[in-house]
Design a binder for this molecule. Structure first.
Ligand code: KIV
Ligand code: ZN
Length: 435
């Protein structure tokens, strides 16, 4: 029923595999307000979109896809509000999505009236499945749709005041034969003729991620090497997470030549979501690369995201989940407590505390309550750490063993986590109230 061959095979010599890590942050484009919003049970209303836009600006996004203005009244009104109330900072460029259809392109430019600048994002679907099943059109007819859309975008931009950059996405790129994907993008580039002053963005979506990440990356590499006017093209990736590999797709895509990544906060988006930009950015941060996005107060960002989208960030979500910096088990607690001490001795040391990829404080998490928590799996090191951190009690080594067993057995019997106060009470009972 399922054929591997259907998912396009790698097409290049995989030069990107020679690289070990990313040395510079790509350009980020948030698609929360479009791809993320269109996947919500109840899409955001105008006020919620405005608040979400402010959130994205405060994080430091410089490119924000604000919607599909021809798609609904709220989308149209949102864009009008941003423009009319002058809410777009000078260093932020909004992006709008449009299908390659005449009336939709015209309506999009109507919505853009008065914008100082914007990226106009044109797309049509190119995969074999979409061509055969949905459109029942030949390759040439699909190229014609893209080309006539590109021409109309160009004509509308020429008649509308403002500074417009163009972006084209062959939607369902990962299900598209590479020779055809290249051909259609080059046809669009021939219409737009990018220059150093007017670069064009070619965005290659893993609309449905169909292959392993190295295959996607080799497709990106192929396009990067063969696109016309490459020096004036910004190559962008737009991974989704159907195979659970959105982050790997984006990272390998950047190694393979992509200069820009479209994604969302916490990976909200169609089906399994878009790639999570929080994880991507903090992965760079953990490698000592400035992500150029500010997640210093991640709990507050997460709270705003949850409130505005009505979605939940899972407890084990990378960097942001409630439990991702927490150790319950004894050996982990012991290693963390020792690692923290080692670093306290000399702050110039690089962060390398065992079991903690980054310093939780860098994303606004507290050591108290977030790192070492006590249950029946915990050990004497962790229990000692809690007494020291919360109550300033430096327990002598001879007492740690006994208290450790006592605390663990209470937690086991009650079948629950013990809070610092409860541990303190057990300590008092065990060693102080000796009747
Ligand atoms: O996933 C996708 O293909 C898209 C396009 C519209 C870019 O969201
Ligand atoms: Zn998408």
């Amino acid at each position: 029923k399922y054929a591997r061959e259907y998912f396009m095979p790698p097409v290049t010599s995989l030069k990107w595999t020679q690289k070990e890590y990313i040395t510079e942050a790509p350009m980020w484009c948030s698609v929360d307000l479009r791809d993320g919003n269109q996947a919500l049970v109840v899409p955001m209303n105008l006020e919620e979109k405005l608040q979400y836009f402010q959130l994205l600006v405060s994080i430091g996004f410089k490119e924000i896809e604000v919607g599909f203005p021809a798609a609904s009244e709220t989308e149209f009104a949102f864009l009008r509000t941003l423009i009319e109330q002058d809410l777009i900072p000078d260093d932020v460029t909004i992006q709008v999505l449009t299908q390659s259809r005449d009336h939709i392109i015209r309506k999009t430019f109507e919505a853009l009236h008065g914008a100082k600048r914007a990226i106009v994002h044109l797309y049509n679907s190119t995969s074999r499945a979409q061509r055969e099943q949905v459109f029942r059109k030949s390759r040439q007819e699909i190229i014609d749709i893209a080309v006539s859309g590109a021409e109309l975008v160009q004509a509308c931009a020429a008649q509308t005041p403002g500074n417009f950059q163009f972006q084209y996405s062959p939607e369902s790129f990962t299900g598209t034969e590479m020779d055809f994907a290249l051909d259609i993008c080059n046809h669009v580039l021939d219409v737009w003729r990018p220059t150093p002053e007017h670069k064009v963005i070619i965005n290659l979506p893993a609309t449905v991620s169909m292959s392993m990440p190295h295959v996607y990356a080799s497709q990106i590499e192929f396009m990067s090497e063969h696109l016309k006017h490459r020096e004036n093209v910004t190559l962008s990736v737009h991974p989704h997470n159907d195979r659970g590999t959105g982050v790997a797709d984006a990272e390998l895509g950047v190694l393979a030549g992509a200069q820009r990544v479209e994604g969302t906060l916490f990976g909200n988006g169609e089906r399994t979501g878009n790639v999570d930009i929080v994880t991507l950015a903090l992965n760079l941060f953990a490698h000592g690369v400035n992500p150029r996005l500010n997640f210093a107060n991640l709990p507050a960002i997460r709270a705003a995201y949850e409130r505005l989208t009505n979605m939940e960030v899972g407890k084990r979500h990378p960097y942001a989940g409630e439990l991702v910096f927490t150790a319950f088990s004894g050996s982990h607690q012991d290693a963390i407590a020792k690692g923290m001490k080692w670093r306290e001795e000399d702050e110039r040391r690089y962060w390398s505390v065992p079991y903690l990829l980054i310093d939780p404080k860098d994303v606004g998490r507290a050591y108290e309550g977030d790192i070492i928590r006590i249950n029946s799996q915990s050990g004497k090191g962790g229990i000692g750490y809690i007494l020291e951190q919360h109550f300033g009690i430096d327990l002598p080594a001879e007492m740690r063993e006994g208290l450790g067993y006592r605390v663990k057995s209470v937690s086991d019997r009650l079948h629950k986590e013990l809070l610092p106060r409860e541990i303190y009470d057990i300590f008092i009972e065990e060693f102080v109230n000796l009747n």
